[in-house]
Design a protein. Structure first.
Length: 405
């Protein structure tokens, strides 16, 4: 029996909204089904998630220790303020300044109640950057770290959008931040990333640890039939996240209003929960902001294309994998397709500027054969290149016998 102590920043459960949570949820439950692996999870969540998590973990027989934080206005403003001030710190924001003291206390409690684990899994950079002192608590354990994104790349992309003194100061802090993240990763026995591009990025930083590039979990819409409906243009994501609502607003202002001159029947559908107030101000008869939708299949099958003009972020975008799997033609830029080895013009349509989106969308409406070809190729690409069950099995075998297969 292998004992695993899994420490993560955000609690996993069925129905969790964000991509990293979905990956975490799948891996945890896959490994928890193995009779020779005994997992205890330590994680964090808001009180509004408590009912979902408690029911979920009871149903799947998951041993978890969860610290719930309040979601009232004062606490939310406090976390946002701390994250804004310290977003380049070694803990990478995400409320970690409020959780670190609790993290230490919870680990002490675990030590009192359990034998030392064979493996400690640290999930997300904010947790990984605590590896130095956590290793002192469990000196005989092997450490696995899971980087949902290489965070220093994401932070760098935030910095380049800044100007003046704020950019100068941020650049100096960034060097310290990157150094801490790289140093923390080098203390692990195995690093898990979601794509080969991130693996190469870490290798270029002279990180010589074992690095396993896995296929991330995503909702596979392979069974959907793309219907080639010409009017609806789809955007999909968690719409409270800046990288999503700012991209949707950019598309509305830079592309959609111009597209209407070519076809007055075009509609822009923004699919995703908790839409930002700024985004909601654009809602109209032609710009449909759905909010949370329980069943999203028909939006993929009944739209002309999926657009993802992302302005920030790093790593594989799960929304892109899901779009490709459904067969809906995907239009995105270098950030959107990052880490996904799809071929431009065959599996997806690279669109960098407003003019690219306009010309590609109009081509899809005018050339049905081309559109259906892109749809077919996208589905085949996903089938050939992404098998998240195989990746979970690789992690399981590593825990059981200490080897990468």
């Amino acid at each position: 029996m292998k004992k695993v102590f899994w420490i993560s920043l955000m609690a996993p459960y069925d129905g969790v909204a964000h991509a990293g949570g979905k990956i975490h949820n799948y891996l945890l439950k896959y490994l928890n089904n193995e009779k020779n692996i005994d997992i205890t999870l330590l994680t964090f969540a808001s009180e509004k998630e408590k009912e979902y998590i408690d029911n979920d973990h009871y149903h799947y027989n998951i041993k978890s220790k969860i610290h719930y934080f309040k979601e009232d206005k004062i606490n939310r403003i406090g976390r946002k303020t701390i994250n804004h001030i310290f977003f380049l710190s070694k803990l990478a924001g995400k409320g970690s300044f409020l959780n670190r003291k609790t993290l230490k206390r919870k680990i002490k409690e675990y030590k009192k109640q359990n034998d030392d684990p064979d493996y400690v899994i640290l999930h997300w950079t904010s947790i990984i950057n605590n590896i130095g002192w956590i290793k002192k608590e469990f000196p005989n354990a092997k450490f696995i770290v899971i980087e949902e994104d290489v965070t220093f790349l994401k932070v760098y992309r935030k910095i380049i959008s800044l100007k003046g003194i704020k950019r100068i100061v941020s650049n100096k802090i960034y060097g310290h931040f990157k150094k801490n993240e790289v140093a923390s990763l080098t203390l692990s026995n195995l690093i898990i990333v979601n794509n080969d591009k991130d693996r190469l990025l870490l290798e270029n930083e002279k990180i010589n640890n074992n690095i396993l590039s896995i296929s991330p979990y995503f909702t596979n819409f392979d069974n959907l039939k793309y219907k080639y409906k010409k009017e609806n243009i789809l955007f999909y994501g968690a719409m409270n996240r800046p990288e999503n609502y700012e991209a949707a607003i950019w598309f509305i202002e830079s592309v959609f209003y111009k597209l209407k001159k070519y076809n007055k029947d075009f509609k822009f559908i923004v699919l995703g929960g908790n839409p930002n107030k700024k985004l909601l101000s654009y809602e109209s008869n032609d710009i449909i902001i759905t909010g949370f939708v329980d069943k999203i299949d028909e939006y993929f099958s009944d739209s002309l294309c999926l657009v993802a003009p992302l302005l920030m972020g790093a790593g594989v975008k799960i929304k892109i994998l899901e779009g490709l799997s459904s067969g809906i033609p995907v239009l995105t830029n270098e950030i959107g397709i990052e880490g996904i080895p799809a071929k431009e013009g065959r599996d997806f349509l690279l669109s960098k500027k407003p003019e690219d989106y306009i010309s590609n969308i109009l081509e899809l409406t005018r050339n049905k054969d081309f559109t259906l070809s892109v749809s077919k190729n996208a589905k085949e690409f996903i089938k050939k290149n992404y098998n998240y069950k195989k990746s979970a099995e690789q992690l399981k075998k590593y825990i059981l016998d200490g080897e990468i297969h």
